[in-house]
Write a protein that binds this ligand. Structure first.
Ligand code: ADP
Ligand code: MG
Length: 387
């Protein structure tokens, strides 16, 4: 008996066999190579990528940190060795001590980061390292470790701007956050309002003309005997104080400037303390903390909201150690929500210095093709957006 198969059925059958084979092949390829096919915002097109594991290294100030981050937003490990207790007795960071400690810790911290990520060095695709701004001796330690590893292992090296890292901490915490947005970066060394136009495009809209916000917190905390680092201690004391008890100045500049100045406020608090001391009167630490904190936060929030309005963005992010401040978070959220704006901030461990944020920033620079060569040097005064 002859069984005849219609040509149309035959063609359809062959086509479905072909598609099935293709599908199975794709699964095998995906399974073997861990290929990700996705639309990548950073590159602005669909890309086929293997997972990209970045080793981040951060030693710009007083934290020795190393981290493994996958595809920019998935933290596999984030080891932070803080030197706070070492510097506490001096009331601030002593650069020479910081550098020596980094030398001692950098390799053990990198090894621990790899171990916690269950990865050996061969699993790392790119090395990202902070090269500025920061303390030059401290920066050189992490940078030398990163460059040495990149050279020995023949892996690409990406130099990261420390503030870019602080901003990128938000991408780890909020997977949906993408540029454009406005970010207030407030830390021990920096107070900047930045417009993030793209993952590698930054425009500084305002910055401090003297002390950084975190620096002001640290100095006032020391003056009222709270200790170091002052930010978290003032935050805690302020919770029990009255923010309207003392009227401290809020500095605003003419001509639409979004810059900050905290040195006048610092002097006003010191004068207030001297006056009371001269009169032999005791001062209330909680009220001073709350009134000082409110004066800093009012200006930070005003300028950040103005920046968001100027750029017409819906999203605002906070970054840097001061982004942990409870008053700053709640006031910005309250005022932003009245204007229909969303506020993002990282969890406290990602606000202060850490290497996960550096690995994350390195990923986006790498995706843009921004790879550093081995002549990369530490740049203590590196400006944001410079490469
Ligand atoms: P940097 O990168 O400049 O070294 P970090 O991002 O590590 O600074 O942040 C440290 C700074 O953040 C310190 O000045 C510290 O006082 C401040 N800080 C930390 N937590 C708080 C808080 N809850 N409120 C205000 N400031 C804080
Ligand atoms: Mg720090």
């Amino acid at each position: 008996m002859n069984i005849s198969i219609s040509p149309i059925y035959d063609m359809g059958h062959k086509a479905s066999c072909f598609l099935l084979c293709l599908f199975i092949n794709m699964i095998l390829i995906i399974g073997y190579n861990k290929v990700i096919i996705k639309y990548d915002q950073a590159m602005g097109r669909c890309v086929d990528l293997k997972d990209i594991n970045i080793l981040g290294i951060e030693t710009s100030c007083d934290e020795t940190s190393a981290s493994v981050v996958r595809n920019g937003r998935e933290v596999l490990s984030n080891v932070i060795s803080s030197q706070i207790s070492l510097h506490q007795k001096y009331g601030g960071v002593v650069p020479e001590i910081a550098s020596r400690k980094h030398v001692e810790l950098v390799m053990p911290v990198i090894n621990q980061a790899l171990e916690e990520a269950s990865m050996d060095i061969d699993g790392i695709d790119v090395i990202g390292v902070t090269y500025g701004p920061g303390l030059v001796g401290a920066l050189l330690v992490g940078l030398s470790a990163g460059k040495g590893m990149a050279f020995a292992l023949n892996k690409p090296l990406v130099g990261v701007h420390h503030i870019e890292g602080h901003i990128a901490a938000n991408y780890i915490e909020h997977k949906e956050l993408e540029p454009p947005f406005v970010c207030l970066v407030a830390s021990g060394g920096h107070s900047h309002i930045v417009f993030i136009e793209d993952y590698d495009k930054f425009d500084i809209m305002g910055q401090t003309r003297d002390d950084a916000a975190g620096e002001a917190f640290d100095k006032i905390a020391r003056a009222i005997g709270l200790g170091y680092p002052g930010g978290p201690l003032i935050d805690k004391a302020a919770a029990k104080g009255n923010s309207k008890a003392i009227e401290f100045p809020r500095v605003r500049f003419d001509g639409g400037s979004l810059d900050f100045s905290f040195s006048g406020l610092k002097t006003a608090v010191l004068n207030y303390l001297n006056n009371l001391e001269q009169k032999g009167e005791k001062y209330n630490i909680e009220d001073i903390s709350a009134s000082f904190q409110q004066a800093v936060v009012d200006v930070l929030v005003d300028n950040t909201l103005r920046a968001a309005k100027i750029r017409g963005v819906r999203n605002i992010a906070l970054a840097g150690g001061v982004a942990s401040n409870s008053c700053l978070r709640s006031l910005l959220k309250e005022r932003a929500s009245k204007e229909g704006l969303c506020v993002y901030y990282p969890k406290p461990v990602l606000c202060t210095d850490n290497a996960a944020m550096i690995a994350c920033a390195a990923y986006f620079q790498y995706m843009k093709g921004n790879i550093s060569d081995l002549n990369l040097n530490a740049v203590p005064g590196l400006r944001l957006g410079e490469r």
